[in-house]
Structure formats: structure tokens, C-alpha cells
Design a protein around this ligand. Structure first.
Ligand SMILES: Nc1ncnc2c1ncn2[C@@H]1O[C@H](COP(=O)(O)OP(=O)(O)OP(=O)(O)O)[C@@H](O)[C@H]1O
Length: 246
């Protein structure tokens, strides 16, 4: 792990972060701490509160109470775009892909960030081409997003996230619908991304979680049930009862 030690080690933390939907506490006083360079997986049964938690981190879902700190700064009240500016990218399902735009244009929309005026069109084009190549979509720039097979649309979504040059990349069920072969390529790519970014991953595919994650946070009923290395989580009897079903 490319984790940093010292004062800058923690890139993201939440303090008593909660979200109420009517009478339901979907996320209940969650204290989470993620280190720079880490690949963190968040797992848990359906309805455990995983998507709501990351929704509050990226600003898509307002918190009912508690705080989100990013690089030591309280971002709880910031709008989602302002969090993107600070380096948080969130990709979830392929809903973030504009189906009627080409792959190139989809990535170019995100890639414009960080290239204000001074870069010009040539820089933008080369950044988009590099990003598409990074996820294995080289040469697919002109293709309309809607014509891509599902697995490639997920890769395009990842390219959009990477084009934002995030410090923290949040992925919600990224391997859902991918073939075994695509999952192998995806895992290799995530490891490469983690060399210069922190990755927070919601994932149901246990082999992927066990293979990729440095640390795993297990949620149940809106709370953190357990946290530890893949080995610790695998051996935790409470987790086995609540989630792994073994
Ligand atoms: N907008 C909403 N309005 C009301 N209830 C909601 C809303 N969003 C989520 N919930 C509820 O909050 C709880 C947590 O949902 P959430 O989607 O965060 O769980 P999850 O762990 O991501 O589940 P999954 O693995 O199925 O995606 C669930 O009971 C869900 O029904």
C-alpha cells in the first residue's frame, strides 16, 4: 500500500455521520477513517447503508447529522461539485455516462477540469486519449457511448472518474455486470489507480474485495459492524453470521 504516515495520513474521515429517512436511520453515527493511498472496501448486506454513506461523502445525499472531513477540512456542507473540485470523484452504475455522446466527449467533459484555458485543445485531446487508453478503451473515442457493450460502458464510467484526476475515487459496485475476464482487468487497473489515488469501493463480489482491499469496513443496519484486513474480516464470526453466511 502506498499509504502515507504522519499528519497527512488520513485523507477522509467521518464523525458520527448519520442519515435519517423518515423513521429509518439508514446510516447511524458512522466514524470512518481512510488513509491516503488505501484501497478500502465497504461491504454489507443489501440495505446496510453503504450507498447512503458514500452519497454523503460525495455530497449527493445531505447528512442529517455528523461531519465529513476531507484532507482535514470540514466538507459536510459543501455542494457535490465543490467536493469534485477538491478531488473527490464518485462513479456509480452507468448513469453517469451520457449515452448520446461519444466516448471522447464523455471523458472530455470531465477532463476539462484541471486544464483551464491554458491547456488548449491539443492538451485536452491528448488527456482524453490517455485516459481512454488507461482503462483499455483506446481507439473507442469516436464511438457513441450507447453502442458500447455493458462492460465497456463501466470502463467508460471509470475513465470519466479518472479524468477528474481525483485524490479519492469512490466506486459503487464497479464489477456488477462485468465478465470474469473483465473483472481481472478491472482489479489490475484499480491497483494501478491506487498508486496515486485513494480508492473507496462498495462491492458485493467477495473475491474482488478480498483480493483488492487493504482494509474492509463491514456495515450492517446503518452501523459499522467490523473493520479489518481481509484475513481479519474473513475470520470474524460476527461478520460471518451477519453477511458472509458461513
Ligand atoms: N431516498 C431514500 N428514501 C427512503 N429510504 C431510503 C432512501 N435511500 C435509501 N433508503 C433506505 O436506506 C437503507 C440503506 O440503503 P442503502 O442504499 O444505503 O443500502 P446499501 O447498503 O447500499 O444497499 P445495496 O447493497 O442494496 O445497494 C435501506 O433500507 C434503503 O431502503
Amino acid at each position: 500500500m502506498a499509504a502515507v504516515t504522519g499528519a497527512d495520513a488520513t485523507i477522509l474521515s467521518t464523525a458520527k455521520l448519520s442519515r435519517q429517512f423518515g423513521g429509518l436511520r439508514a446510516v447511524d453515527a458512522v466514524d470512518l477513517s481512510v488513509e491516503r493511498g488505501e484501497i478500502r472496501a465497504v461491504i454489507g448486506p443489501n440495505g446496510a447503508g453503504k450507498t447512503t454513506l458514500v452519497g454523503m461523502i460525495c455530497g449527493r445525499i445531505p447528512a442529517s447529522s455528523g461531519r465529513v472531513l476531507f484532507e482535514g477540512e470540514d466538507i459536510t456542507a459543501l455542494r457535490p461539485w465543490s467536493r469534485v473540485e477538491r478531488g473527490i470523484a464518485y462513479t456509480f452504475q452507468i448513469t453517469s455516462v451520457f449515452q448520446n455522446l461519444s466516448c471522447f466527449d464523455n471523458v472530455a467533459l470531465a477532463a476539462q477540469r484541471g486544464l483551464p484555458c491554458r491547456g488548449g485543445e491539443a492538451d485536452l485531446m491528448s488527456k482524453v486519449d490517455r485516459t481512454l487508453a488507461r482503462v483499455g478503451l483506446e481507439g473507442r473515442g469516436p464511438a457513441l457511448a450507447s453502442t458500447l457493450p455493458y462492460g465497456h460502458q463501466r470502463l467508460l464510467e471509470l475513465a470519466i472518474g479518472l479524468a477528474l484526476e481525483p485524490k479519492l475515487l469512490i466506486l459503487d459496485e464497479p464489477t456488477q455486470g462485468l465478465s470474469e475476464e473483465e473483472i481481472v482487468g478491472f482489479c489490475a487497473l484499480i491497483r494501478e489507480i491506487a498508486a496515486d489515488a485513494t480508492v473507496l469501493l462498495i462491492e458485493h463480489n467477495m473475491p474482488v474485495v478480498m483480493d483488492l482491499a487493504h482494509l474492509i469496513t463491514v456495515m450492517d443496519n446503518g452501523r459499522i459492524l467490523a473493520e479489518g484486513t481481509p484475513e481479519e474480516i474473513r475470520a470474524n464470526p460476527e461478520v460471518q453470521r451477519a453477511y458472509l453466511g458461513t
